[in-house]
Write a protein that binds this ligand. Sequence first.
Ligand SMILES: NC(=O)c1ccc[n+]([C@@H]2O[C@H](COP(=O)([O-])OP(=O)(O)OC[C@H]3O[C@@H](n4cnc5c(N)ncnc54)[C@H](OP(=O)(O)O)[C@@H]3O)[C@@H](O)[C@H]2O)c1
Length: 256
Amino acid sequence: MTHITGRGAMRRTVVVTGGGTGIGRATARAFAAEGAEVLVVGRTGRNLAATAAGHPGVRTLTADLTEPGAAERVAAAAMESWGRIDVLVHNAAAVLPEPVGSLTRDAARRQVETNLLAPLFLTRAALGGLEAAGGTVVCVGTAATLGRRAFPGMSLYGATKVALDFLVRTWAVELAPRGIRAVGVAPGETDTGIGERMGWSAEEIARHQEQAAARTPSGRVGRPEDVAWWIVRLARPEAGYASGTVVAVDGAASVV
Ligand SMILES: NC(=O)c1ccc[n+]([C@@H]2O[C@H](COP(=O)([O-])OP(=O)(O)OC[C@H]3O[C@@H](n4cnc5c(N)ncnc54)[C@H](OP(=O)(O)O)[C@@H]3O)[C@@H](O)[C@H]2O)c1
């Protein structure tokens, strides 16, 4: 295990939740490409291993972040290896679309626990490491909830993402005295394979992406790397004056 002390020539240390697929995978690899040491967390070991394959800076930790003790285990793994956490990316999410009339309590609970409570308690567990680094918390929300727009079929998912933006604003103020900043990245429709994982058919995915591209002024959906680029940049020390802000990366879809 790599034990790192002193801050001089250190590589940056990054934890990415949901790093086994999609935006999380692209983010982990983008940080690693910049020379960072990255810990990716998720429930599916083989996906995490695929993210790490060929990227020596990426290590994996299998954990269900909704389980009691998981946040502490992730923070402890990072602290044991590095003694600090420069960047904590809350990217893991549960997306369970359902109109309110048929939303089950279980689906509601899973989304709240994964999208809201897991970032909350992982941030809490990581505070010592973030403070030691003068670190940055990055929350991945969604551009679909920016402004005063509705999100039919996604009321609970959207509510968790609105709440995540509120955590960003609040933590930016609350944690500033400890040298920690908080920022959000709000992706628009991004081609991550999430549709397949939600059980949609190939036709449904194609139709969905076509419609999303048509209502996006940039005329296309995003790639995971489009979003990862911003996460990496916002977490850099040079971006240090940005805190409490949420950046939309959505081809202008949220402003039409
Ligand atoms: N794709 C889009 O169009 C889009 C648009 C706006 C916002 N976003 C947001 O961007 C982020 C990434 O989305 P994505 O499209 O890349 O989704 P994705 O590929 O489904 O990634 C979500 C990741 O979270 C992990 N995860 C889920 N529940 C977990 C749990 N309880 N504990 C630990 N890990 C868990 C999943 O891995 P396991 O199942 O192996 O645990 C998965 O790797 C999400 O926050 C999403 O809300 C996406």
